[in-house]
Design a protein around this ligand. Structure first.
Ligand code: MG
Length: 386
C-alpha cells in the first residue's frame, strides 16, 4: 500500500487528488494533509481519510483549530511554513502530492524531493524558482519527479520508453484562455469576472488569471526546460482551444507523439499516483468520434506579453524565474482585487525583471530573499494607482 501525503489538499488539485484516491481500491492510503487556512475542509478531510498528521500553513488558523479540539484524536497538528517541512519529514510518504499554489509551495516541494519516493509535482513554481535545487535534491535522494500539470504529464508520457537523443522539440499546447483572438484594444477594460471564465479548464483563481494572460504557459515553458533538461529553443507553444491534446513531442524523424484526453486534471493526478503503473479510471471510455474538430494556431505574443517575458526568463535562467513569479503573483492579486488593469500585469513583471540583477544558480536563502524583495518592489510600484 502506498502512503500518500497531499500538500494543498483543500485547493483545486488537492480536492481532485482526494477524489481520485477515494475511488482506488485499497492500493493507496492518505497519511497527511495540509492547507493554508481552510480549517473546516481540512478537518473533514482528516476525518474521511484517517490522516496521521495535518498542517495549517496559517499559524492563526492552526491556533484556532488546536483550541477547538475538532481534529480527530491521534491526528497530529503542525503549523506554519516550518510545519509543512516537518510534515513531509514526519509522515515519510511514498508519494507526496505537491499542490500548494505559488512560491509558498517551494520549501515543502524541496523537502519532498529530499525525502525520496515519488514527488507528484503540481506546484510549477518550485521548478520556476529553484529547478536546479529540486533536481539536485532528487538526484541525491533518488526521488522521481512526476509532473501533475496536464501538459508536462503529456510530454512525460510521450517521452517514456523513447530515445531522448531523438527528441527535436517539445510542443506545449495552450487553450488560449478566455481572451484568445482578442486585440490589446479589446482587453483594455476586461473585468475580473470575465478573466475568471476559463473556456475549458476548471482551476483555482490565480492559475485561471495566469491562463488568461498566458503567463501560465510561460511558467510551463520554464517548467518544461527544467523537467526535461532541454533549452528553451527546443520548447514551442501552440494554441489548441479544445484542450484535448495536452502536449506533443516531435522527434528528429518528424514524428509527433501526443497524449489526448478530455480536459480533466484527474488523469495527470492518477498517472502520478500510480507511477510507474497505470491506475484504471472509472466512467465511460473516451469515444474518439465525439472529440470533434481539433484546431491549432500560433500564440499572439504581442497581445499576451507575459508569454514572451517568461520565454526571456527561460533563456536567462537563474534568479530571473523568482523575479518573474513574485512580480506576477503581486500583479495578479492586485488585478483580482480590482487595483490593476488586466493589460498592466506584464508591465509590473517587466519592471521587476529590469530592476533585479541576474544571478546564476542561486541558493535557497537567496531565492527566498529575492522573492520577498520583489514583492515589496512590485507593491511599491503599484501604489500610485491605488
Ligand atoms: Mg498546465
Amino acid at each position: 500500500m502506498k502512503r500518500v501525503l497531499v500538500l494543498g489538499s483543500t485547493g483545486s488539485v488537492g480536492t481532485q487528488t482526494l477524489d481520485v484516491l477515494s475511488g482506488l481500491d485499497g492500493s493507496h492510503r492518505v497519511v497527511g494533509l495540509s492547507a493554508r487556512g481552510s480549517i473546516d475542509t481540512l478537518v473533514a478531510q482528516a476525518r474521511a481519510t484517517g490522516a496521521e498528521a495535518v498542517c495549517l500553513a496559517d499559524e492563526d488558523a492552526a491556533a484556532r483549530l488546536r483550541s477547538s479540539g475538532d481534529l480527530p484524536s491521534g491526528c497530529a497538528l503542525l503549523a506554519g511554513a516550518d510545519g509543512l517541512v516537518e510534515l513531509v519529514e514526519r509522515v515519510a510518504a511514498d508519494v507526496v502530492v505537491c499542490a500548494i499554489t505559488g512560491a509558498a509551495g517551494l520549501r515543502s516541494s524541496l523537502a519532498a524531493a529530499e525525502g525520496g519516493g515519488v514527488v507528484a509535482l503540481a506546484n510549477k513554481e518550485s521548478l520556476v524558482l529553484a529547478g536546479h535545487l529540486v533536481k539536485e535534491a532528487c538526484r541525491r535522494s533518488g526521488a522521481t519527479l512526476v509532473p501533475v500539470d496536464s501538459e508536462h504529464s503529456a510530454i512525460a508520457q510521450c517521452l517514456r520508453g523513447q530515445d531522448r537523443g531523438g527528441v527535436r522539440r517539445l510542443i506545449l499546447t495552450a487553450s488560449g484562455g478566455p481572451f484568445r483572438g482578442r486585440s490589446r484594444e479589446d482587453l483594455a477594460g476586461v473585468t475580473v469576472e470575465q478573466a475568471l471564465k476559463h473556456p475549458s479548464w476548471d482551476m483555482g483563481p490565480r492559475i485561471t488569471i495566469d491562463s488568461a494572460t498566458l503567463m501560465n504557459k510561460g511558467l510551463e515553458v520554464i517548467e518544461a526546460c527544467h523537467l526535461f533538461d532541454v533549452p528553451v529553443e527546443q520548447v514551442d507553444v501552440v494554441v489548441h482551444p479544445q484542450s484535448i491534446i495536452h502536449s506533443m513531442v516531435e522527434y528528429v524523424d518528424g514524428a509527433l507523439l501526443a497524449q489526448l484526453s478530455p480536459p480533466d486534471m484527474r488523469l495527470p493526478i492518477r498517472y502520478a499516483l500510480g507511477f510507474p503503473d497505470r491506475l484504471p479510471a472509472p466512467g465511460e471510455p473516451v469515444d474518439p468520434a465525439r472529440l470533434g474538430t481539433l484546431t491549432f494556431e500560433a500564440p499572439d505574443r504581442d497581445t499576451f506579453r507575459c508569454l514572451a517575458l517568461a520565454e526571456r526568463v527561460a533563456r536567462e535562467g537563474g534568479i530571473a524565474g523568482t523575479v518573474l513569479n513574485a512580480a506576477n503573483e503581486v500583479a495578479v492579486d492586485a488585478f483580482l482585487a480590482g487595483r490593476l488593469p488586466f493589460l498592466e500585469i506584464p508591465d509590473v513583471v517587466e519592471d521587476a525583471l529590469d530592476a533585479f540583477p541576474a544571478q546564476l544558480e542561486p541558493g535557497l536563502p537567496s531565492i527566498l530573499e529575492t522573492d520577498a524583495a520583489v514583492r515589496v518592489h512590485a507593491r511599491a510600484a503599484l501604489q500610485p494607482s491605488t
